[in-house]
Design a protein around this ligand. Structure first.
Ligand code: ASP
Length: 267
């Protein structure tokens, strides 16, 4: 039986006070895994908790685009190779649930109105997404989760309203495989920060290769990729998990995160 493990972040550049909300979500996620929930379901459920929390830029509380619209992105990737992602979805407070419906489909990804119609056909609630009201407009506060269940299956779930001050059709790293997330061969990675910079680096897949292919310890790989591939002024953060249940998080700015595994190790 594999160790149970879960880690989540609340975005690169986010207020440190948001850590307690991440800790509460991880507490819930650890209970879900202990009750036998799969990594996919636990990652999605924790992501939904964070999407529903208005202090995060994901689902409710997302930033607005330049035209005032609220359009959301989300993705899920499973260590067995299944993949689902949605981008620029209107009227969808929980885009991670739509991404999850794609896991067993022939297609991997959907965008915009087509994604919304797909969700309507599957009974996923359509309602206006309430944007953030705090006056905070920074791009941070996106959410990401990685979970591993007793079968050793790992899943990443990421969700965002995108970076602020971007056009309505902008696509960031969260819905792009290899950019905002990657899980394969016992190594799972999820990224946060400025999506354009993450995408140009194919960040999650790049750092995954350093760890899995080159044998670099995850913590060194995260530190090296952040130091060598990004300008200090570009907010970047990473969370990761290995198949032994160990969890790592690194960022060049504040990034609230928390983790738990069934050895009792908390981060
Ligand atoms: N990476 C997200 C995006 O660019 C934002 C974030 O992680 O804060 O859409």
């Amino acid at each position: 039986m594999a160790k149970l493990a879960i880690i989540a972040h609340g975005g690169a550049g986010a207020d440190p006070q948001k850590k307690s909300n991440i800790e509460d979500a991880i507490q819930k996620g650890s209970s879900l895994l202990e009750s036998g929930l799969s990594a996919v379901d636990a990652a999605v459920d924790v992501c939904v908790i964070l999407e529903n929390d208005p202090i995060f830029n994901a689902g409710t509380g997302s930033v607005t685009r330049l035209d005032g619209s609220v359009l959301v992105d989300a993705s899920i990737h499973v260590s067995d190779g299944r993949l689902g992602f949605v981008t620029s979805m209107p009227e969808t407070p929980n885009p991670i649930k739509v991404a999850q419906t794609l896991l067993d489909e022939e297609i991997n990804g959907l965008g915009g109105i087509g994604a919304r119609e797909w969700a309507d056909q599957r009974g996923i609630p359509r309602s206006a997404v309430i944007p953030r009201t705090t006056g905070e407009t920074a791009s941070g506060d996106t959410v990401g989760v990685i979970a591993m269940d007793s079968e050793g299956v790992m899943a990443t779930a990421t969700s965002t309203g995108g970076c602020s001050d971007r056009p309505a059709g902008r696509i960031g790293d969260v819905p792009l495989p290899g950019c905002g997330f990657w899980v394969e061969s016992g190594v799972a990675v999820a990224a946060t920060g400025i999506g354009e910079a993450i995408t140009r680096e194919i960040l999650s897949h790049r750092v995954h290769g350093w760890i899995y292919r080159d044998g670099m310890p995850m913590v060194h790989a995260f530190e090296k990729v952040i130091e060598t591939r990004f300008d200090e002024s570009t907010d970047i953060g990473l969370i990761g998990m290995s198949s032994d249940g160990s969890c790592v998080a690194r960022a060049n700015t504040n990034m609230p995160w928390a983790s738990w595994n069934s050895d009792g190790i908390r981060g």
